[in-house]
Unconditional design. Structure first.
Length: 113
């Protein structure tokens, strides 16, 4: 297994307080996205998107790409980009936790309101 080692970036973001991953499942490029709830340090519980790698036999290449995606997403802080909360590498399956954005897939055309 390729470990989540982000020490070169100066900090790590591990996610704690993730509860019940449920409600919906969407297939992505190499993973699934589920709805979960995350308890923030403030005590507030929010809905989050939980991205996990597909399948039980994950290659080192897939795992490495998954962590690279997490490292890249962590760098963005913009109101028009979903917020990155962290990774849960100690869990099986390994998860990337993101802000939940309702409205469906970006692959489906949307009308401006």
């Amino acid at each position: 297994m390729v470990p989540w080692d982000d020490s070169s970036e100066g900090s790590r973001r591990y996610v704690k307080g993730l509860s019940a991953v449920a409600c919906f499942e969407k297939n992505g490029a190499f993973g699934e996205v589920n709805l979960g709830k995350l308890k923030l340090k403030t005590g507030e519980e929010i809905e989050v998107a939980v991205k996990v790698i597909k399948g039980t036999k994950v290659t080192k290449t897939q795992l490495s790409a998954f962590f690279e995606e997490a490292k890249l997403m962590r760098r963005f802080d913009h109101p028009n980009i979903v917020r990155f909360f962290g990774v849960a590498p100690q869990e099986e399956p390994i998860m990337i936790i993101l802000e939940f954005a309702s409205g469906g897939s970006l692959k489906v055309p949307h009308r401006l309101q």
